[in-house]
Design a protein around this ligand. Sequence first.
Ligand code: NAD
Ligand code: LMR
Length: 336
Amino acid sequence: MYARSAARTVSQARAFSSSASRQTNVTVLGAGGGIGQPLSLLMKLDPHVKKLNLYDIRGAPGVAADVSHIDTGSEVTGFAADKLDEALDGAEVVVVPAGVPRKPGMTRDDLFSTNASVLRDLASAVARVSPKAHLLIITNPVNSLVPIASRVFEKAGVYDPKRIFGVSTLDVVRATRFLASVTGNDPKNTPVTVVGGHSGDTIVPLFSQSSYGKAVTGEVYKKLVHRVQFGGDEVVQAKAGAGSATLSMAFAGAKFAGALLRGIAGEKGVITPTFVRSPLYLDQGVEYFASNVELGPNGVEKIHPVGPISAEEEELLKVALTGLKQNIEKGYKFIE
Ligand code: NAD
Ligand code: LMR
């Protein structure tokens, strides 16, 4: 009896925190693209979204007209190429999948020369029009573009490190799904923490912290780590020149944005890995790092340390920190 009423109290509290919660204005920059379209669809389904503004240099009004017919509460508006400021007016969360994707044989770093300028210009507009917005960067290379956006905000005098995020959720989604393929566990209840950054060997899955993951050893473990680190290549190769992950990324982007929206709405204990300005490895010259972060009304509420890890993970982390340092410096160099 007591247990049942206690359970009811918990579920009532949950229901209260999600149904009575605050709604937020969201803008998607790059809404006409491979990620942007399904991401816009998923954001239209999120009950925490009040206004959904869709912007792209091509095709956003069409995507908006389409998505706007879905019978959920949010109002959707599309903005053409010359309407960036209008798209950002009143934005509280800005999600950015704008920019070019990889083709086979390219690294994420090969996208830098095009996407660094795209991101710099979009971040400048956000800093000018909606400086208090939370900025979620999906565009690659994430490890270099988050530092670029941070400097843009700094130069504009509006930098709040708690509000700029590199979206590394696809690594978490992959690690969780790939582990389930190996062990047969239910991925829904067994997320894997992934730390570091978002490219190749800067991606460090912490299987030792998962009750299913720690049982995976030897060659199977090595293959699993490699698959998480290079899962993006798997999709790029399979798409054979038609781009990189779009659908799984839209899912991951909506998952991260949804978590932030719940945090903004006041839900407690919303914790997920994301690439942010971080004190964790500052002593080794690494200013940005993905680890578990508690999300709340101000964005980053608390950065969690990496916690206990295995000897193999220590080695992976060492390699990741070296790569991250280079990626971050490359971003800074561009923006100086
Ligand atoms: P895409 O080419 O299908 O779409 C990109 C869209 O951006 C296009 O519609 C284009 O018109 C738009 N765009 C370009 N410049 C713009 C600008 N200045 N302002 C507004 N819109 C602009 O590419 P995609 O497959 O959607 O991938 C987008 C980016 O996301 C790529 O850089 C890709 O590498 C990255 N990505 C990141 C992750 C991640 O885990 N963080 C995962 C997958 C892809
Ligand atoms: C991914 O991990 O799928 C993305 O970063 C896209 C890519 O280029 O691999």
